[in-house]
Design a protein around this ligand. Structure first.
Ligand code: FAD
Length: 413
């Protein structure tokens, strides 16, 4: 019987295993993951789960029993160490080997560590990353009122943790190296909106801020403070805990050690295949051609993991169904829904709509008179229409686009 092995039991791996069965795949499906849990959703980690509002079992994509019911051989706590492409076998940490007919790498990524002298030897107990259930379980006990939390990195994860932390009564300072928040993914209008949203709740910011070092206690087990320089001015910030949220490193080592091409992710074609016809890669770890940008792209989002798993399932079923999906993403901060579609890189004009004060605010990014991306905050009803504007690449009347009284749906030509 043919055997498909999926390495990585995260969002993409979990979706693919179930997707294969839903499409009637008759062979063996083996799902190997090095975490202790069945595939789970990571978005609530920095939101409801950290806040204590979402229970562990509610993170799971499917209850454990479903894998058995779907005849998916799911093995948690199983780390794949190497791929032998000549024999079509993988080796596990316990030394055993497993043969495959098709192998899918869905290995995701790991939190980028802070690189500071001395940190490689010391592993302070109150220095955290935010990637897994284990990470949240490790930090949760310190999320108590009055504790001083320093967050390094003003991306979505850092901002979501800041929101949860101030709501739990912590004193939060967020450090960002760039002059504004989310500078790689949004325009200045949205950065200011988000900064204001957090400032109103008491989050303090240090922008254009360089982290120079961590001050550790004598045993080198606890961080006591963070030494920074903001706009070049040195400052020491006291800390009871520190969260590092400075991005993700894709887990590509298995692929590169097996001689597969890697360049900011495992290189795959539009069908999720690597150059080895027996090996596919999906989700955060994969770098794929994008029908939307015309170039290559590596995305870190749930919608992408789901879509990429769908493409891979089709490929494995002998069909060819490349993705035409447009990248989109969401975030939740203080109960406000932030939804983003498209990529704003290279935009020429930003048109805003709605009111930042009322927390109903959208920003549309235009290039050549067409909407290439949109950030929609607190207006979920508008998001579908914004998605349509981006996907149709419609030319729009800028004045009408900026007028919240004009329905967005009437703008899509
Ligand atoms: P992952 O979910 O990371 O799964 C990969 C799995 O593979 C992991 O379990 C890993 O341990 C395992 N693995 C790696 N190497 C091996 C190996 N050698 N052997 C066995 N197992 C291995 N996206 C959104 O769209 N909206 C959000 O609001 C949002 N919020 C997020 C908040 C947080 C805190 C985080 C961390 C992510 C968030 N994301 C969000 C991103 C989203 O969760 C990821 O894009 C998605 O999980 C990617 O799925 P994946 O399967 O590619 O990778």
């Amino acid at each position: 019987q043919e055997r498909i092995i999926i390495v990585g039991a995260g969002q993409a791996g979990g979706e693919l295993a179930a997707g294969l069965r839903k499409q009637g795949y008759p062979g063996r499906v083996v799902l190997l993951g090095d975490e202790a849990h069945p595939p789970y959703q990571r978005p609530p980690l920095s939101k409801g789960f950290l806040q204590g509002k979402v229970a562990l079992a509610d993170l799971y994509l499917k209850p454990l029993a479903t894998y058995e019911r779907f005849d998916i051989e799911f093995k948690p706590g199983t780390r794949v160490e190497a791929i032998d492409r000549s024999t079509r076998e993988i080796s596990l940490r316990d030394g055993s080997r497993l043969g495959y007919d098709k192998l899918v790498l869905a290995t995701g990524g790991r939190a980028r560590p802070l690189s500071l002298p001395g940190l490689d030897t010391a592993r302070p107990e109150n220095l955290f990353a935010m990637r897994s259930i284990l990470d949240v379980e490790a930090m949760r006990g310190r999320f108590v009122p009055g504790n001083r939390l320093v967050i390094i990195g003003g991306g979505y994860v850092g901002l979501e943790v800041a929101a949860v932390a101030v709501q739990l009564g912590l004193r939060v300072t967020l450090l960002e190296a760039a002059p504004r928040l989310l500078s790689r993914v949004t325009g200045p209008e949205v950065s200011s909106f988000i900064e204001q949203l957090h400032r109103e709740r008491g989050v303090e910011f240090r922008l254009s801020c360089e982290v120079r070092g961590l001050e550790l206690d004598e045993a080198r087990r606890q961080v006591r403070g963070v030494d920074v320089a903001c706009h070049g001015v040195p400052e020491r910030l006291e800390a009871d805990l520190v969260l590092v949220g400075i991005g993700l490193i894709p887990n590509t080592e298995l692929a590169s050690a097996a001689g597969l091409a890697v360049d900011n992710g495992i290189l795959v074609d539009e069908y999720a295949c690597t150059a080895d016809p027996a090996i596919l890669a999906i989700g955060d770890c994969a770098n794929q051609p994008s029908a939307y940008t015309g170039g290559r792209i590596r995305l870190e989002s749930v919608p992408n993991a789901i879509e990429h798993a769908r493409v891979a399932a089709a490929t494995l079923m002998g069909k060819r169904e490349p993705s035409t999906a447009i990248p989109w993403f969401w975030s939740d901060q203080y109960g406000l829904k932030l939804q983003m579609v498209g990529l704003s890189t290279g935009y020429e004009q930003c048109v805003t709509r709605g009111s930042a004060e009322r927390k109903e605010f959208s920003a549309f990014y235009l290039k050549g008179g067409r909407v290439i991306a949109a950030d929609v905050m607190g207006r979920p009803a508008e998001f579908m229409a914004a998605k349509k504007l981006v996907s149709s690449r419609a030319e729009v009347d800028v004045t009408r686009l900026g007028d919240a009284a004009v329905p967005l749906t009437s703008l899509a030509a």
